[in-house]
Design a protein around this ligand. Sequence first.
Ligand code: CUA
Length: 181
Amino acid sequence: MSAIEPPVQRVWWKQPLDRAELLWIILALAWCLIMFFMMPYWHLYGKQDLGSEAYRMSPDDYAKLTEAMVTKYKVREEGGDQKVPVVHPPAGSDVYLIARLWSWYPILELESGKTYRLHLESMDYLHGFSLQPENINIEVVPGYDRVLTITPEHPGTYGLVCNEYCGIGHSTMTSRLYVVK
Ligand code: CUA
């Protein structure tokens, strides 16, 4: 039988089912079901779930909270022409990160083994919080304070890139996140 010519047996769908065929159907169905039930299972028991808290908050109010944290816990500045404050907030506290065209503000310095409530909000358009090399990828939306509960485990410098296309400067919208002992 070829795909071009009509089948020899016109009523091909009434042929008896071959055993191998049946086996494949059973295997494929079983695998579908396993994959399907992995979704709720992984949501409840997988360690990757960072929580799904979000609150309505105007960018102005959010910027005020961020600025208060920066004023209180700034430890140094980094960067060339455009200095960005590095902030070391107390372990276990609420930390705020602003996304906007086309930068992240401020640079956070967190302690390993401590749990933080990391807030994310955009001041303008949709951005994406993508932390490298961790597999964390969260949309950052204007008008919504998205809260992640995180416990950084390994000290080091993490890369932060915007992962939602946000215009001409999208590819330059990068930053860092420090995890110290
Ligand atoms: Cu911000 Cu892409």
